[in-house]
Design a protein around this ligand. Sequence first.
Ligand code: MRU
Length: 353
Amino acid sequence: MNAPAPDTIRPIRFDDGRLHLLDQRLLPAESRENTYDDPQAVAEAIRDMVVRGAPAIGIAAAFGVVLACQRVRDSSPAAWRPAVAKAIDPLAASRPTAVNLFWALDRMRAVIDGCPSIAEACSATLAEAQAMLEADIAANRRMGATGAALIEPGRAVLTHCNTGSLATGGFGTALGVIRSAWGEGRVTEIFADETRPWLQGSRLTAWELLRDGIPVQLLCEGAAASLLRSGRVGWVIVGADRIAANGDAANKIGTYGLALLARAHGVGFMVVAPRSTIDFRIGEGAEIPIEMRAESEVLGLGGHPVAAAGARAWNPAFDVTPASLIDVIVTDHGAVHHPDREGLAVLQRRPGD
Ligand code: MRU
């Protein structure tokens, strides 16, 4: 098979002065868009996982800044700047780990700084957020092609969490590579971890692949060791929320365990993320802030309590995979094999956003 990778889902759109987000908490049972005209509500949507995935969080926050400008359109020349700055604070506080959020907000602040009036800020921030959304999809397609070319045909792949259209502007990062590799006939089977506690794998990755006609097999995280020992899988392919300057990569909790398993079984381990996910100000993974989420997410399932009454839970949303366990980081500015500080510095110097 050699067909263009199917890609039909767009989780974020801005229309008629309002932001529309596909509510990812409801999938796959219900496909419903929520509409926002208030930046505070967008911050809450990010915190509450209506929209999630590092690039998607950044893009949604950028549109939140557009809404912040629109709401103070009639303010005096002295009042609009501080009002917009204040509205950005809750967006920045919504989730701590994905650096794409802070990268996107910094870009929006720079646009606002260059605008002499609120009218110009309204149109310039909208143009910037739309450009960010479109550039993200284009970057994902480039990463898809780069990553797929590294996959020798004839084996399966395993992925974790959701890194697809739902986690980005569209197409996806790690799942974009898998879409491309599937379209090129390089991949025999696609396995996805269910990804406790939010079940991004079984709810979101499976939903979006099946909608695009791509078959997927789900497994409990605990089954990954046996799958990798079976010899069926050639690559584990995952995304990232923040990559330190030395190549250590934070991603959904459980990724580090998969990297250890991949190394133990001679399976390749690929991280796929746009260059905007690399935080060159952070020297190593230990400095990446890891979000801790509510105990109730682990103690229950789909909102229903399942754990024994009185049990406590430890619920970090992300973990850090050391660069030494990563075979290749694929970005929109090229791939870095055996990533380390020097390899990433070369990537940093490449031209382009
Ligand atoms: O908690 P989530 O669902 O926002 O976590 C998402 C992930 O960990 C993804 O793997 C990562 O953001 C990369 S998405 C292209």
